[in-house]
Design a protein around this ligand. Structure first.
Ligand SMILES: [Zn+2]
Length: 360
């Protein structure tokens, strides 16, 4: 992981770190998904641990900066779900399977294979105790990065709350969240907030071009202005507007029948959060169209959006957007991924007042 602040966050970081003598022991770093909050938290940890910071920021040269870069600074801990750790390239240890669910996969011929947990488990918080109880290794700060904080369960969140109520000495907790409203209110009340802004379109576009992302404008629009998300999607998706949304909108516009079973099947194979985000963007674009405004996320589908997003459906689209947001809360644990996707698509089509056989 890089320990540099992204260009649009450097100034706020300097200001924030400059007030270190009044530093709170727990911070909630929040803002839109995909603007670089984790990068910010990691660079902040590096700056707090650096032994010869330059104007408050990590020097990148001292032993502490070297350990942070290699991921082995003894005064830095990353507390994140196993699934996130695996995405970061960590191999799961065989010996800590105690509290983990086991899944049977057909590929393993019925043998059990453990699925990486999507939660921050209470064991992970409890395991920090010896670390808190000893003096820091380098005599400075000790930093605990917790991300995404939404992955804290009620139990692990409450266990963390107890720690924050009587914070260990020289320790700074940096919690990172896209959606602070999904955290325990008691936990929120123990954290100072540090909201991070979304960069301006110009700065984000410049950064994407520097990162060699083609059609930066469209990717940035589809990602709601979040440059890191735009870059990630440009690497993993074929086009800024997902194919299935193009098909969906085209069918709706032409009043053609749509086989939602096939679409649901396809969606159920990817992360529910990803396709729910895409549907939410679609819903907002439909809402804007219903108000006669240009769409924000999928400008290439403007024609179809305007024909479906008609003014008498204004309220229905607003309700749909809120309903989709609600679905994200349960998205991590649906009983059946396919049935869940099917139910969501059904609701979308109902709002567009077109039934699945294609008749209005
Ligand atoms: Zn340093």
């Amino acid at each position: 992981m890089q320990a540099h602040f992204l260009p649009w966050h450097t100034e706020v970081a300097r200001e924030w770190l400059g007030a270190k003598e009044r530093f709170a022991h727990a911070w909630l770093i929040h803002g839109l998904a995909g603007i670089g909050k984790r990068e910010f938290a990691f660079a902040a940890a590096a700056s707090l641990l650096c032994e010869s910071p330059l104007k408050g920021l990590a020097c990148g040269q001292c032993p502490a900066c070297g350990w942070v870069a290699k991921g082995n600074h003894p005064d830095l801990k990353r507390i994140r779900p196993e699934a996130v750790a695996v995405d970061e390239g960590l191999e799961l240890a065989e010996d800590d399977s105690g509290a983990l669910e086991e899944v049977v996969t057909p590929e393993s011929g019925g043998a059990t294979k453990r699925a990486p947990s999507k939660d921050i488990r209470v064991e992970q918080i409890r395991a920090l105790e010896p670390w808190f109880n000893n003096a820091t290794h380098r005599g400075g700060w000790r930093v605990a990065l917790i991300y995404p904080a939404e992955a804290l369960t009620t139990i692990s969140g409450n266990t963390l709350l107890k720690v924050l109520e009587e914070p260990p000495p020289s320790t700074i907790f940096l919690l990172v969240a896209d959606a602070p409203d999904r955290l325990l209110p008691t936990l929120l009340s123990r954290c100072r907030r540090l909201p991070l802004a979304t960069p301006s379109v110009d700065i984000a576009r410049q950064w994407l071009k520097y990162k060699d992302v083609q059609h930066a404008n469209d990717w940035l629009a589809a990602a709601g202005g979040a440059p890191l998300l735009a870059k990630q999607q440009s690497e993993s998706e074929k086009s800024p507007c997902p194919d299935w949304i193009v098909d969906l909108l085209t069918s709706l516009e032409q009043n053609r029948p749509l086989d939602i079973g096939t679409v649901a099947d396809k969606l159920s194979k990817s992360s529910a959060k990803t396709w729910l985000d895409a549907l939410q963007r679609l819903s907002i674009d439909l809402s804007l169209s219903a108000h006669g405004l240009p769409c924000r996320y999928y400008p290439s589908m403007q024609k179809q959006l305007h024909s479906i997003g008609t003014s008498e459906r204004t309220i229905a689209f607003t309700q749909l957007t809120a309903w989709l947001n609600e679905q994200k809360r349960v998205a991590g644990h649906p009983l059946s991924a396919k049935l869940f996707a099917q139910a969501v698509l059904q609701r979308l089509l109902q709002t567009c007042k077109i039934n699945t056989s294609g008749h209005k």
